[in-house]
Design a protein around this ligand. Structure first.
Ligand SMILES: Cc1cc2nc3c(=O)[nH]c(=O)nc-3n(C[C@H](O)[C@H](O)[C@H](O)COP(=O)(O)OP(=O)(O)OC[C@H]3O[C@@H](n4cnc5c(N)ncnc54)[C@H](O)[C@@H]3O)c2cc1C
Length: 395
């Protein structure tokens, strides 16, 4: 068959393009299929943070936090036009659940896990500066901590990684919708719809990077492969036509349930998020609910009353919802592992690898793990570039 690739990748989100870039740099023939447009799914609906995830310290996910902080350092170096350090503020009031000593120890651990790299410092904002904090409610305020983390434009980052992959020789069919795959002893036959017709190609490995659609994609592989028990959890953000915070990003606690919420500037607007609501429908239909809007506006009113008043006109709101892919199991989703899960069709020379979950921040580490897991299935090729030295620039 003329159309023969080393890797056929389903999904043009951050994971699909990350694998495409790394595989193309290693000299492999790569085809990426995206059914809609690049970053159409979760990779344009995240909180846009390139961060270790301070709150994951609460659930003891130290390995994940350390890896993500390492990746933050790498992305600040490789993509300075797309990822920048922001100052984060954590206000503590009399009724804040996370007490100052907990936050101070968490921030010290976070700095240590970052290896005291650039942006690892933290401290307290002196009381005399509190009224310069973007209208933050000061009644009952006891302390304000600051530290640094990264912020990006997730869709622009995804497009930049795909641009890099293309320059290294990766092909992308956008729109191109994966329809099904048949396993053969030495690879897989992939069927997809593009340009109004059904097309076929052969690949050594099918990489299922379809995010919340990954289980649907895995179910279209014949003979059937394992599909793990998963849960989709919806997270909504509001973009409000209110003056955005100028000093940085505020990390506040929802008075209703103690969840951590970000209030941040984003492309000239004020953005607030996120929620965590179980989702059982098709990923194509995910949409913010009235309850989520109410919840987020309640948080904004509590901490930034003037901004909330300015944003009271519902006509001047934009909203978007994304889906986290978490392992199924008992208990609240908050306590569920945020580690990325890889599932292969067989241990020796896998023909399919599915990526479940993961973080925008860690896409480089995730793509390295994917390539390592499928190395035995791929032909020997001469590397054409080193992704650790390739700058990522806006497309
Ligand atoms: C609310 C929320 C906030 C988050 N905030 C952060 C954050 O601040 N920082 C961070 O590091 N991480 C964050 N994350 C996690 C991060 O956003 C995701 O892990 C990441 O974007 C997932 O990327 P992906 O490529 O796996 O999936 P997606 O971006 O969803 O990409 C999957 C793609 O597959 C395509 N597709 C589906 N079916 C087919 C098919 N049949 N054929 C072809 N293409 C198909 C879709 O169109 C889609 O573009 C957040 C997640 C959520 C939900």
């Amino acid at each position: 068959m003329a159309n023969a690739f080393d890797l056929a990748i389903v999904g043009g989100g951050i994971h699909g393009v990350g694998v495409a870039q790394r595989a193309a740099a290693a000299g492999h023939r790569v085809l990426l299929l995206e059914k809609s447009q690049l970053a159409a799914g979760t990779s344009s609906r995240s909180s846009k943070l390139i961060h270790g995830g301070l709150r994951y310290l609460e659930t003891g996910q130290l390995r994940l936090v350390r890896e993500s902080l390492h990746e933050r350092t790498a992305l600040l170096r490789l993509a300075p036009e797309l990822v920048r350090l922001q100052r984060f503020y954590i206000p503590v009031y009399a009724d804040t659940r996370r007490r100052p000593w907990v936050l101070a120890s968490g921030l010290a651990l976070y700095a240590g896990l970052a290896g005291f790299a650039r942006g690892a410092g933290f401290g307290r904002v002196p009381r005399r500066e509190w009224d310069t904090l973007d209208g933050l409610e000061t009644r009952g305020l006891q302390h304000v901590f600051w530290y640094h983390d990264g912020q990006t434009d997730d869709a622009a980052l995804t497009r930049a990684v795909m641009g890099s992959a293309r320059r290294l020789g990766a092909e992308a069919v956008v729109p191109g919708a994966f329809v099904g795959a048949e396993l053969r002893e030495d690879g897989v036959i992939v069927r997809y719809a593009a340009n109004g017709s059904m097309q076929e190609c052969r690949a050594r490995v099918l990489v299922n990077a379809a995010g919340p659609w990954a289980a649907h994609v895995a179910r279209e592989v014949a003979p059937a492969i394992e599909v793990p028990k998963l849960e989709l959890v919806q997270g909504t953000h509001l973009l409000l036509a209110a003056p955005p915070p100028e000093r940085g990003i505020y990390y506040v606690e929802s008075p209703r349930d103690g969840r951590a919420i970000f209030v941040m500037p984003y492309h000239g607007a004020l953005m607030i998020g996120t929620t965590e609501v179980r989702y059982r429908g098709s990923p194509d239909d995910v949409a913010p609910t009235a309850g989520e809007q109410h919840y987020l506006l309640g948080v904004l009113r509590r901490y930034f009353p003037a901004a909330a008043a300015a944003a009271s006109d519902a006509g001047r709101r934009r909203l978007f919802a994304g889906l986290r892919v978490l392992p199924g199991g008992p208990g609240h989703v908050f306590h569920r592992s945020r580690e990325t899960h890889f599932v292969v069709d067989r241990d020796r020379r896998p023909r399919v690898i599915s990526i479940y979950g993961g973080k925008l921040t860690a896409f480089r580490a995730t793509s390295a793990q994917v390539l390592q897991r499928i190395a035995a299935s791929l032909p020997a090729r001469r590397a054409v570039a080193n992704v650790d030295a390739l700058p990522l620039t806006p497309e």
